[in-house]
Design a protein around this ligand. Sequence first.
Ligand code: GDP
Length: 212
Amino acid sequence: MAPTGADPLIVRQLEFLGGMASAAGWRPESSLPEIAFAGRSNVGKSSLLNALLRRRTAARVSRTPGRTREINFFRVNDAFLLVDLPGYGYARVAKSRQAEWRPLIEGYLGASPKLCGLVLLLDARRDPSEDDYAMLSFLAERGTPVLVAITKMDKFGTDAGRKRVDAIIAALELDPEQVVPVSARTGLGRDDLATALMDLVVTPDSERTAES
Ligand code: GDP
């Protein structure tokens, strides 16, 4: 869709820095602000990143065998790091595998003083999962600012879409201000999400409530 104003996120440079594979594993030096993306697998994260960055690089790297379970780091324009967390909720085979993302994500959060926000993706067609609830309460405990991108909105007409968004807001007790309905297919919400992201990136640390 044609943006109505200036593009809030023009990607001039996008560089893959590497992957973090375990809680105590390598991660790039923490120098730029970081924005992380999370959601259950198949939620449309790769597609949304493609739409957001207007590139296919990030999704391609994150799909490389061996990288799908890692946290992948990309430097965008020397302005911020985009952090692609592994999709969760697949291979739900036993209780013991529940929240298997947690140690890695905890390791990442513990080693990421520059994290300024996380975008949690939720599929408009599905009710939030236990992992989604767990992720949100975990981030709330840590005081990490969260944006919620509700994906695949093209599957609904305007009224039905609004109802789904309202239902998800109510179920998760979200602030409507933190919710951005999106569609990678139509481009809906791409600029709104980019604007919200860039607001998080430029908000000074002193104005954030995040724990250090
Ligand atoms: P990921 O596993 O979270 O990275 O999800 P993908 O981006 O690979 O998408 C998973 C599936 O959802 C694919 O079949 C996509 O074609 C589909 N999908 C992704 N985004 C959209 C969208 O905006 N609208 C619709 N209708 N389908 C989408």
